[in-house]
Each structure stands twice: as structure tokens, then as C-alpha cells.
Design a protein around this ligand. Structure first.
Ligand SMILES: C[S@@+](CC[C@H](N)C(=O)[O-])C[C@H]1O[C@@H](n2cnc3c(N)ncnc32)[C@H](O)[C@@H]1O
Length: 252
């Protein structure tokens, strides 16, 4: 599979939790500017049991990402859903929402404990996994016949890479709106501008790592069964050029 898996700060164990928090808090703030949460919710709704309370297990949740907005959108469509956020580096102080809770122990998305039942979701994070690990994530959902919804927040195309030049400016503009509000985020954004540089670098590298639709098809090729279906496609959204690849696996 032709794909460049370059260095990202966010992947490093030694990367300070403060900067990791700032990077993902920026993402969560940025989602509010786009119609993406609604579009993601519409697709997640297709795997939710109608009329039943649904449980979402969000893998690689960062600072909670778009989950509060997604739950709101689902509610508008008549779905009562709750979410459990999980991450290899959990950040439980970042979300206060009645229907969102954190699993405070680190959870590696390639090893989801079987007792965590529900719809698995992953936003802007699938590109962190090399093909073998990415396959493991999909295989586990397939073997346990769990629904899984994987969405990327970038296109991985040339136009996507070019738009990354705007990222440092976006970070400067959005950081005061990142929640929870932390003075340290602002210090490392404006006084010592590490956050805009880190987000810029990781953003560009992500574009090279994002799995295309074709690569997603390759990953799922040998996971086929009559009672499980894969849907792979691209979401077109206002304000982000190029389609955003997504992959949904659902038991039938
Ligand atoms: C780019 S952030 C995306 C965060 C969030 N989903 C969002 O959309 O804002 C990627 C997240 O993946 C997490 N992560 C990386 N490798 C992981 C792994 N093996 N298992 C679980 N989480 C992981 C990182 O800690 C980080 O929070």
C-alpha cells in the first residue's frame, strides 16, 4: 500500500500532555465551524438501533472532538445516544456533558475490551495507524460483529495539503475558544508559539497518511461475510476542499 507514514508529534509518548491537549482542543473547536458533525451524525444514525438507547464507544477521542455536537444532531433525529470516550492518552477533564463519560484508563484502539459494547467511532485518527494496526481495528469490529464508523477530518489530497497552510492562522484565531479554557494553551500559542507549529506539522503529515477510499477497500478486502457489510465513501463538506474518506462497518 503506497502511503507515507511520517513522524507526528501527537504519536510520541514523550509529547507533553499539555500540548497534546491543546492540539486536540483546537480540533474540537474547529469542528464547530463546519457542517461536518451533522454529516457524521447522519451516517452514524444508519448503524444505530431505531427506538433503542444507543451506546457509542469513541476511540482516539482526544479532547472529545465533535461528540457533543454529534449527540445533539442525533437527538434532533430522534436517537437517544450516550458516548464513552476513550484514548491511549485519556483527557477526562476536557468534556462535561450529561451523556458523555470518559474511560479513564488508557485504551489502545487496536485492543478494545470485548465488554465495551456499542457502536465504535473514530474521528480524524485512523491515519495514526499503520496498515497492520488499521486492519486489526477493523478485524476486531468484524469478528465481534460490532458497528464501526471511521471518519477522517481531511481529504489526504493535494488540495488538502495546500489548505494546511492556513492551519497556523486558524490555531491563532481559535485557541481562545478551545474548551476547557486553559491559560497554558494561550501561552503556548501566542507567547511561545509551539501549538500552531505542532498542529501545522501534524496536519500536513496527516494528509500524507490518510487512507484513500481505495486503500480502505484494500484493508477490508478479506473481511467479508453475509452478515456484515462495509460502506466506504467520501463526504463533501463546505469549507474543506476534497472529499473526506469514511468507512462504516455494520452487522446486517
Ligand atoms: C488527531 S487526534 C483526534 C482526536 C479526536 N478524535 C478528534 O477528532 O478531535 C488523534 C487521537 O488519537 C489518539 N491515539 C493515537 N494512537 C492511539 C491508539 N493506539 N489508541 C488509542 N488512541 C490513540 C491520540 O492520543 C489522539 O488523541
Amino acid at each position: 500500500m503506497r502511503r507515507l507514514h511520517l513522524f507526528e508529534f501527537g504519536d510520541q509518548r514523550w509529547f507533553p500532555q499539555l500540548l497534546r491537549g491543546a492540539e486536540t482542543a483546537y480540533l474540537a473547536a474547529a469542528y464547530r465551524l463546519f457542517p461536518l458533525p451533522r454529516q457524521w451524525a447522519e451516517r452514524i444514525a444508519t448503524v444505530l438501533p431505531p427506538g433503542e438507547r444507543a451506546e457509542i464507544i469513541d476511540l482516539c477521542a482526544g479532547s472529545g472532538g465533535a461528540m457533543p455536537l454529534i449527540l445533539k444532531e442525533l437527538e434532533k433525529c430522534g436517537y437517544e445516544a450516550r458516548a464513552t470516550l476513550t484514548d491511549l492518552y485519556p483527557n477526562p477533564t476536557c468534556t462535561s456533558h450529561q451523556r458523555i463519560s470518559w474511560r479513564t484508563e488508557p485504551l489502545d484502539a487496536t485492543r478494545v475490551p470485548p465488554e465495551l459494547a456499542g457502536v465504535r467511532t473514530m474521528f480524524s485518527a485512523f491515519h495514526h495507524f499503520r496498515p497492520n494496526a488499521a486492519r486489526t481495528i477493523l478485524q476486531d469490529a468484524f469478528d465481534h460483529r460490532r458497528p464501526i464508523c471511521i471518519f477522517e477530518g481531511g481529504s489526504g489530497t493535494l488540495i488538502g495539503i495546500l489548505t494546511m497552510v492556513l492551519v497556523p492562522v486558524n490555531v491563532l484565531a481559535l485557541m481562545p475558544f478551545a474548551r476547557p479554557f486553559r491559560w497554558a494553551y494561550l501561552i503556548f500559542t501566542y507567547l511561545i508559539p509551539v501549538v500552531p507549529l505542532v498542529v501545522f506539522w501534524d496536519g500536513i503529515v496527516s494528509m500524507f497518511r490518510i487512507y484513500s477510499e481505495e486503500q480502505m477497500r484494500d484493508l477490508t478486502d478479506d473481511m467479508q461475510a453475509p452478515d456484515y457489510a462495509w460502506e466506504i465513501g467520501c463526504i463533501q463538506t463546505r469549507g474543506i476542499p476534497g472529499g473526506l474518506p469514511y468507512l462504516i462497518g455494520r452487522p446486517i
